[in-house]
Design a protein around this ligand. Structure first.
Ligand SMILES: C[S@@+](CC[C@H](N)C(=O)[O-])C[C@H]1O[C@@H](n2cnc3c(N)ncnc32)[C@H](O)[C@@H]1O
Length: 645
């Protein structure tokens, strides 16, 4: 009765009610391309009607693979779908019906319903999206078991059959073997179970844990952590945890660890990614440098996207507003997030209250968008001018190249005030060193402002590699700059121009390319805001590979290229064009080190096969290291530097 009257009230007054909460109404599902810790990858839920033997609803996972089997000529995006024959790679399995399982009834004995379920189940298994977190964890589970164990299970058609009697909620005691690159723990099911991996969030290597296994895939199952029976005292210290939702929220994995340990683990992720997915000999991969830490380890996140499902009028209850429960797509109610900035937390509370008051005006689920911004006061005229700042800035740059410690960067004026916007269409402003960026609150911008000066400075130092940049306030490029000093920069996948604009002062010409029109408009405006001459800095909307057609006048031996693609990495078209163009230096920045390792391997092999430029040179991987853009989570940003040898 109550529900019916609420519904009627909603239907009658919907437009007025919508106007009542404009900020929330403006919220949309985020389309960010970076890792979003609070929104785990899509995973089908168990269908409770599903019979036990069809519980394997996960996409076809990768199994341990010979590195040779990963070699691809058809392009990074293609090889997972068209792998070489006989590979144990997940995608090596053609679209075939359910594998024959010795312990199952012959298909003729199956009812129509069961057959339909079986077909549906096998289709679900084939949905593997290579290089997602799910795919990586599956690969690492296979590696933990070992190739022989996996091959035997495949031969016996038992690779999809969990070895537990109660497949829906088996309780086990386990000892954790290691951490996966997604931050989840990997353990092997104890005897008398067949070798099988159990993936449990929030547990640490060496710990004895009690878990409830609940969801199954190929050679591994997911489990909830019920209890840490024997903690790892060297790693775990629960007094470090700052969030009351830690352990249940899917956002953070590492709050119980020291920050040094988090950085160490992220370095290991980079090491493993290059070992497993670059398909390069170890001699071609330099020692991975220590991960650069974030100046802020809490209150750093400048964008938050809490969400909620459509309210169920029949129940008359307010749905939870927050983030997904770990390893599920179920939302839990969350009132604050200690990794988000203070202005975001301050704005989130009243926004939640406003939504709760108006909850029955929402017909669909909503993802909110809270974005930290500098207050949009008019910028002081003439600030910040690269031409005026060029000379003094050259000094710290050269000094920084000699010293590993960060240089003294210009600090923000003391009166700069941070606010939070809840309208995804609003313009927000951020400062990176002496540069100002404005962009749409809903569009992509790196989410940890505190590390952007170290990150962009590192990229700049890597490009110049100890050489002093030319003076770019001249109206023409010097006819012959000393040695091969880079004078031109290409910023591929440039977003709102972060790298292009922070580095532009050091280059005679800069060209950025980006597929999102809104970001290109922001980049063009940002160049203007930072007083870059239009002929010095241009931004083009389009596919990254097209940039090479527009920079025919760039001298190749003096051109540096930055690549910062979305999580899926770059593609064959881009790699072919970049090899044909032949920039002297390439800096590859990525929020998915696994696709980065794959692409870097491919760049190096292609350059060896085809040769770069008239001298048939080839790219070598000079350095690789992580940057911690995402403290308290298992994500890592990776920066790889390639140079022509
Ligand atoms: C990880 S973001 C990097 C943005 C920018 N470098 C930064 O740090 O702010 C990746 C960007 O690539 C863009 N993008 C995705 N696919 C693209 C394509 N095929 N060509 C060009 N840009 C693309 C996305 O819109 C996104 O802005």
């Amino acid at each position: 009765m109550l529900a019916r009257s609420l519904r009627r009230a909603h239907l009658l007054s919907l437009p007025a009610r919508r106007r009542a909460c404009p900020a929330a109404m403006a919220a949309v599902r985020s389309s960010s391309t970076e890792p979003v810790p609070d929104r785990p990858e899509k995973r089908p839920r168990l269908d409770s009607a599903e019979p036990a033997m069809h519980i394997a609803v996960e996409p076809s996972p990768p199994l341990p693979v010979d590195s040779a089997a990963v070699e691809v000529d058809s392009g990074p995006a293609d090889y997972a779908r068209n792998p070489p024959p006989n590979s144990l790679h997940p995608a090596a399995e053609p679209a075939q019906p359910e594998p024959q399982q010795t312990n199952r009834q012959p298909s003729t004995a199956l009812s129509k319903r069961a057959k339909r379920r079986r077909v549906r189940s096998s289709k679900r298994r084939l949905q593997a999206e290579p290089f997602t977190g799910e795919w990586i964890v599956a690969y690492e589970a296979g590696k933990l078991l070992g190739k022989d164990v996996v091959e035997q299970a495949v031969a016996e058609s038992r690779d999809w059959d969990p070895p537990f009697e109660d497949v829906r909620s088996c309780v086990l005691e386990l000892t954790v073997s290691r951490l996966s690159s997604t931050g989840d723990s990997l353990s092997v099911a104890p005897a008398p179970h067949r070798p099988w991996v159990i993936i449990t969030p929030h547990a640490m290597p060496g710990e004895k844990i009690r878990v409830r296994v609940h969801q199954h895939a190929r050679m591994y199952s997911y489990a909830d952590l019920l209890e840490v029976i024997e903690p790892n005292p060297e790693w775990r210290d629960m007094s470090r945890v700052k969030c009351k939702y830690f352990g249940k929220c899917g956002g953070c994995q590492f709050q119980m660890l020291s920050y040094e340990k988090q950085l160490e683990l992220k370095r290991e992720v980079v090491v493993r990614a290059y070992e497993s997915f670059s398909n390069l000999p170890s001699s071609a991969v330099p020692k991975v440098s220590p991960t650069i830490g974030s100046p802020l380890q809490y209150n750093y996140r400048t964008k938050l996207t809490p969400h909620f499902e459509a309210p169920k009028y029949s129940q008359g209850t307010v749905p939870p507003i927050g983030f997904n429960i770990v390893k599920t797509r179920k939302v839990m109610d969350i009132e604050e997030c200690p990794i988000a900035t203070e202005p975001i937390n301050a704005a989130y509370k009243p926004l939640r209250e406003q939504i709760i008051d108006n909850i029955y005006t929402y017909k669909k689920g909503v993802s909110l968008c809270l974005r930290d911004s500098l207050e949009l006061t008019p910028l002081p005229s003439g600030s910040p001018s690269p031409a005026r700042r060029l000379s003094p800035m050259l000094v710290p740059l050269v000094a920084q190249q000699r010293s590993p410690s960060p240089p003294p960067f210009p600090t923000a004026p003391p009166n700069e005030k941070h606010i939070c916007t809840t309208d995804h269409k609003a313009t927000v402003r951020e400062r990176v060193g002496d540069k100002i960026f404005e962009f749409g609150a809903g569009s992509f911008f790196q989410n940890n402002n505190s590390i952007l000066v170290p990150l962009t400075s590192y990229v700049r130092s890597a490009i110049f590699n100890g050489q002093a940049p030319i003076a770019t306030n001249a109206s023409a490029a010097p006819p012959s700059p000393p040695r091969r000093v880079p004078t031109h920069l290409i910023d591929a996948y440039c977003g709102s121009g972060l790298f292009a604009i922070t580095l532009a002062q050091r280059f005679y010409k800069v060209a950025g390319i980006e597929i999102a029109a809104e970001s290109i408009a922001a980049a063009t405006r940002n160049a203007e805001l930072n007083h870059l001459r239009p002929e010095q800095c241009t931004f083009l909307e389009g596919d990254a590979a097209d940039v090479f057609r527009t920079v025919a006048d760039f001298p190749r031996e003096r051109t540096a290229l930055i690549i910062d693609p979305p999580r899926k990495g770059t593609d064959d078209k881009f790699i072919s064009q970049m090899i044909a163009f032949g920039c002297e230096t390439v800096v590859y920045v990525s929020c998915n080190v696994h696709t980065q390792a794959r692409d870097v391997g491919m760049i190096i092999r292609k350059s060896e096969q085809n040769g770069v430029g008239p001298d048939k040179r080839k790219y070598v991987l000079e350095s690789v290291r992580g940057f911690d853009l995402f403290p308290q989570t298992a994500h890592v940003e990776s920066v790889a530097v390639l140079r022509l040898a």
